[in-house]
Write a protein that binds this ligand. Sequence first.
Ligand code: M6R
Length: 363
Amino acid sequence: EKGNYRHFMLKEIYEQPETVGRTMTNYVDEFRLSADAPEGLGFAKIDRIIIIACGTAYYAAMVAKYWFEQIADIAVDIDVASEFRYRSPVVSQDSLFIAVSQSGETADTLAALRYCKDKGLRTAALVNVMTSTMAREADIALPINAGPEIGVASTKAFTSQLTALASLTLAAGRARKTISRDAEIRLTRALTQTPRLIKEALLLDESIEAIASDLSGKSSAFYLGRGAQTPIALEGALKLKEISYIHAEGYAAGELKHGPIALIEDGTPVIVIAPYDTLFEKTVSNLQEVASRGAFIILVTDETGAASAKDMADEIIVLPNSDSFVAPIVMSIAIQLLAYHTAVARGTDVDQPRNLAKSVTVE
Ligand code: M6R
């Protein structure tokens, strides 16, 4: 039931302080400040992780690649399932395969899981629906426990996928001895604070709605990010296009000069995702490049970032400061609300967008 919410999507956006907290209880010991993963994943011994998914789940996998590589020093290959399954991928027995799927039924992701299982890899499925085919067929089913997601546009499943993958990264870091106990405590504590930060982010709803009313009159938009915010830019663009039908593209900010900047005209909206982290200055310089060509800049940042760059944007969305480890989770709330309100302003069918199905069980 939608309760007092106008759409399931909005309800699901608002559930996130709770759903992210619930995901964490499956992996994180808040008293010991450490994360646990099922033994069978074999983090200490594997030489590579292959994460396969589609759509929003793929963007969660993309964030996880940054995390696993930086924190647990494991090579991570990611691919969209429809490409992976048809390109004769070379896989080694020492790799761990993880399918990420809200439904656990997506046909291409399931085929990728079966392919790797046939090759003798250890397989895991990170799913919301624990009775799904993927959960049954994988060696290890990993829950996100976000509760049923009804809106076709994935929101709470995404932040829960990120939360589970962040937890697994910390467990892998410990198993592989790539992080000190101090770092583990700091990162785990940062993770346990995300429900509170999401709650604060949700307070921006009205101000984001006002910005969305400007965006709703545009015919195309660009999203930029760097590092682990690149997938959030891609996810922001996906969310906007699928429910508002505005043409939207997400790019790694550094790629802009290599082509897409040619599309920037006077008034083209560019949503720049840039919390104050080690890449902030670089992203801001990309922001200036598009601003000087007339782009309408919507800066999505945190308090520290806002203090340093607020004069450079036409509109600004200021999220609470967070450890850069969990910032992709916090930033997600802003891009979800922005897409939601833009779609509502355009009068589209937010929960049942045209041409889309909740679960893609055909190839
Ligand atoms: O159930 P799955 O997570 O496997 O679904 C994957 C995609 O179909 C899904 O994330 C899709 O991209 C959503 N409509 C995005 O909002």
